[in-house]
Design a binder for this molecule. Structure first.
Ligand code: ADP
Ligand code: ZN
Length: 733
């Protein structure tokens, strides 16, 4: 049955998934699999791994077998595929034998394009399926969460070991292993265990640009947390706690304050656990307070925040747990409350009894996790550095970047004194607006005659209203002023005001940028798709989606991700043709749900006189590749200049707030261009050894060379040697 003959992967992407273009990395993998070759795909959570096997599954004849460890995840993926009109099913222990029989029949008839299975389905005791596969046409094997096959990984599952025989049994069927977390050692092990040692490894960028990374001191964290949650009342998120008891206590406390929060941990009865997980998926808002037992089976794409109230065990886990936020690509926050005391507490947990080698590895990983929290460099550049990836400049979307680019301050003591004395002169009976008019010496009739005669009247004309407003807010935040509670908000002094007025206490005030500048700055920090969508329309669409989801008994995000709703509320499509241009509307969904959403859109736009903005959708310009290149070069040159002034890599990193690995990559770049001598980074003897390894393993993966050469060689040395090798090869060519 080849009803898709003649369609290429792009056509299928649009027809079945409603997407216009592939994400970085997807297309290369798809082409590779279509060429019947094996591979390992490393992509961050939310990067879009599923399409890497789903599209080839659609194109190739036969059925694709997808191995996935979690039942809940399987169901979601299959539901999502079915909604898009792709014939898919799963087999697992949650089904009755009659249901399983139906699936087996569909499998044997060749009707299924994809079949999802848990790994134990293919174990030695349970291998009837393997025999059945021999008689069927299998298009490919996809092994999701493939790090579970390795002892080196952080989530080893013995059942995965049975997958090692697949390649032997089906040598002609392409095998695609996928994971979001694997260091070099784990990568090599996955290939080895699956018997595909020579398979190509595709590594996508691990940069999740829509996530904002924040680390905060843990003291008084509960108040910080509730402030944070109060600003996200209609959103959904996960709070990770260390112990089962912690989750229960925190959930209870939050519920008492009116938050919709539930606890989740492995100690709960199975039924209750499943119920809470289901509730979380079905609700658009709501907080799950959980141990790390929660999450593997969750692909809810509109999780808007992930909070850690304790230190995670290692960076891999942290990255995976935080990765559950913002899969739909919309801006999301991840917050970690850090206390150095947590490091000691966790030491006890990571002891692997009777295995000192493993314990040593785990201890080192824990140390790196605490380094992350204590480091003063851009969080993202630290994280990416850990995964051997470099970020060329600070990200402007983490607490370190946002704090350093924070508004500079100046000595504002005199200004503060003016403000506070004006408050006294006005007898603490007026609000911000009046106070500013008063300081600016306004002509307005509002200002009482008697006030015009006061000595402080008009003493603040040299500053703008915006400045005064910000400074007043600032003084309130610092506790030098307060606002009254009654019907009118009046500005009043506090016990601290005295020391500024009479005891000469110095006050630092922020330099206020003009509104336009501030707006531009903010806009450049915002990430994700269409941050400026119409919130009112978004909420109406969300309600419509929820109703539809309830009637189908499916989680809302499976019908459409939030990013689709955000696009709809940005571009206001007004007919079916325009609707088809919105990401997420594939052919089947357009036919099934197009009319419902279109009606909402038209009903909303007509009375308001809003017109379609679809013409703006395509013209969204991005930074040109040339501009990007210029920017990259500039940042590298800046590093070079500092290095040539005799600064060490570490001090450059500190000064530029970049990860050491980033600075190192800037510098090794200049080995390639010939501007820096390779011997600045590696000794002659070691250079010779690396070059020999390069001869054998190529220059493609520094990681692989590092695995071969071991601890004695640093990435800096290896990368310098690789670039030196490449430079000479270019010459030789
Ligand atoms: P992963 O398995 O890597 O965590 P998924 O395959 O679940 O990620 O994809 C994450 C989200 O991104 C899903 O909602 C998916 O539909 C969406 N997505 C994947 N590829 C694309 C694409 N090319 N264009 C738009 N959205 C995509
Ligand atoms: Zn940053």
């Amino acid at each position: 049955m080849n009803y898709l003959a003649g369609m290429n992967s792009h056509d299928l992407l649009k027809k079945y998934f409603g997407y216009d273009s592939f994400r970085p990395g997807q297309e290369n993998v798809i082409d590779h699999v279509l060429a019947k070759k094996d591979c390992l795909v490393l992509m961050p959570t939310g990067g879009g791994k599923s399409l890497c096997f789903q599209i080839p599954a659609l194109i190739k004849d036969g059925t694709a077998i997808v191995i996935s460890p979690l039942i809940a995840l399987m169901k979601d993926q299959v539901d999502a595929l079915c909604l898009n009109g792709v014939p898919a099913a799963y087999l697992n222990s949650s089904q009755s034998s009659a249901e399983q029989q139906v699936v087996l029949q569909r499998l044997e008839s060749g009707e299924l394009k994809l079949l999802y299975l848990a790994p134990e389905r293919l174990s030695a005791q349970n291998n009837s399926l393997l025999h059945l596969f021999k008689d069927l046409k299998i298009s490919l094997f996809a092994i999701d969460e493939s790090h579970c096959i390795s002892h080196w990984g952080h989530d080893f599952r013995p059942d995965y070991l049975t997958l090692g025989k697949l390649k032997e049994l089906f040598p002609g069927v392409p095998l695609i292993a996928l994971t979001a977390t694997a260091d070099n050692q784990t990568r090599a092990d996955i290939l080895h265990q699956l018997g595909i040692n020579n398979a190509k490894t595709f590594v996508s960028s691990f940069n999740r640009t829509n996530l904002r990374y924040i680390v905060e001191p843990k003291d008084d964290y509960y108040n910080k947390l509730t402030d944070f949650l109060n600003q996200r009342k209609n959103e959904s998120g996960i709070i990770y706690c260390l112990s089962r008891q912690n989750t229960e206590d925190l959930a209870e406390k939050l519920r008492q304050e009116g938050f919709q929060a539930e606890a989740y941990h492995a100690g709960l009865e199975n039924k209750l656990r499943a119920k809470r997980q289901e509730q979380f998926k079905l609700n658009d808002a709501g907080i799950m307070v959980a141990t790390i037992a929660f999450g593997m089976g969750i692909d809810k794409s509109n999780v808007r925040f992930v909070v850690h109230t304790h230190l995670p065990k290692n960076i891999e886990s942290y990255y995976q747990e935080t990765g559950r936020a913002g899969r739909d690509g919309l801006a999301s926050d991840v917050v970690l409350y850090y206390s150095s005391g947590d490091v000691g507490k966790l030491r006890k947990f990571i002891d692997v009894e009777g295995n000192s080698k493993q314990t040593k590895i785990m201890t080192k990983k824990l140390q790196q996790m605490s380094d992350y929290c204590e480091s003063k460099v851009c969080r993202r550049s630290f994280l990416l550095g850990y995964f051997d990836e470099t970020l060329n400049e600070p990200c402007n979307n983490c607490d370190v970047c946002l704090n350093t680019s924070e508004t500079p301050t100046f000595d504002g003591t005199i200004i503060a004194q003016k403000l506070l004395s004006a408050v006294i002169r006005l007898k603490e009976k007026y609000g911000t607006g009046y106070l500013i008019d008063f300081l600016k010496g306004s002509e307005s009739k509002k200002i009482k005659e008697e006030h015009r005669r006061l000595p402080t009247f008009g003493k603040g004309t040299e500053h703008s209203r915006d400045e005064w407003k910000e400074w007043i807010r600032h003084l309130i935040n610092l506790g030098y002023l307060q606002q009254s509670q009654g019907e009118y908000t009046l500005l009043q002094l506090t016990s601290k005001s005295r020391s500024v007025l009479y005891d000469g206490e110095k006050i630092q005030l922020p330099i206020i940028a003009s509104k336009k500048e501030a707006r531009e700055k903010r806009a450049s920090k915002d990430s994700g798709i269409s941050v400026n969508y119409d919130k009112e329309l978004f909420d109406i669409l969300r309600a419509c989606r929820l109703e539809l989801a309830s009637s189908l008994q499916l989680p809302p995000y499976i019908i459409f991700p939030d990013s689709t709703l955000a696009e709809l509320s940005t571009f206001y499509p007004q007919n079916t043709e325009e609707l088809a241009g919105i990401s997420g509307f594939g052919q089947v969904k357009l036919e099934k749900y197009g009319a419902v959403f279109l009606k909402v859109l038209v009903d909303y736009c007509k009375p308001k006189g809003i017109q379609s903005k679809m013409s703006e959708k395509k013209s969204k310009s991005s930074i040109s590749p040339e501009k990007k290149r210029e920017k990259t070069n500039a940042t590298k040159l800046e590093t070079l200049a500092l290095f040539q002034h005799g600064k060490s890599i570490e001090s450059i990193a500190e000064e530029r707030k970049l990860a050491v690995s980033t600075v190192a990559s800037h510098l090794t770049h200049f080995v390639l261009t010939g501007e820096l001598n390779v011997l600045k980074f590696i000794s002659k003897e070691k250079l010779k050894i690396v070059q020999e390894t390069i001869q054998e393993h190529g220059t493609e993966s520094a990681g692989l060379i590092k695995v071969k050469l071991g601890e004695d060689f640093s990435y800096l040395e290896i990368n310098a040697a690789i670039n030196y090798y490449l430079k000479n090869r270019v010459k030789a060519d």
